[in-house]
Design a protein around this ligand. Structure first.
Ligand SMILES: [Zn+2]
Length: 103
């Protein structure tokens, strides 16, 4: 789905126009992936909730430590969040399904 590796920070967002294996269009309509930011938001909320639950369980008394940890994780996970939100959005609303057969 993506042209470059996840570790290529400068070009992690470049996508193929169509699947190189089955030639399925990866952008069903212009602006399709605008909705993916809501999926990315949900993923960010999940990570934030996980960190704050961890802070509660570990009984960390600092107020700023969780904020700093969440901020660092969010910055580090920008490429992962970007890609997973697009993939999940395409699967949910793109009208395509994974099929192991590539006739
Ligand atoms: Zn394909």
């Amino acid at each position: 789905m993506f042209v470059h590796s996840l570790t290529n920070i400068a070009k992690f967002n470049v996508m193929h126009k169509a699947c190189p294996v089955c030639n399925e269009r990866l952008e069903p309509e212009p602006g399709f992936y605008q909705g993916a930011m809501y999926v990315g938001y949900a993923l960010s909320v999940a990570v934030t909730a996980f960190v704050f639950i961890l802070v509660f369980v570990l009984d960390i008394q600092s107020m700023w430590l969780p904020v700093i940890i969440v901020s660092a994780i969010m910055v580090l996970l920008i490429p992962v969040n970007y890609r997973y939100s697009r993939v999940l959005y395409l699967y949910m609303f793109g009208g395509i399904q994974y099929s192991p057969k590539t006739d």
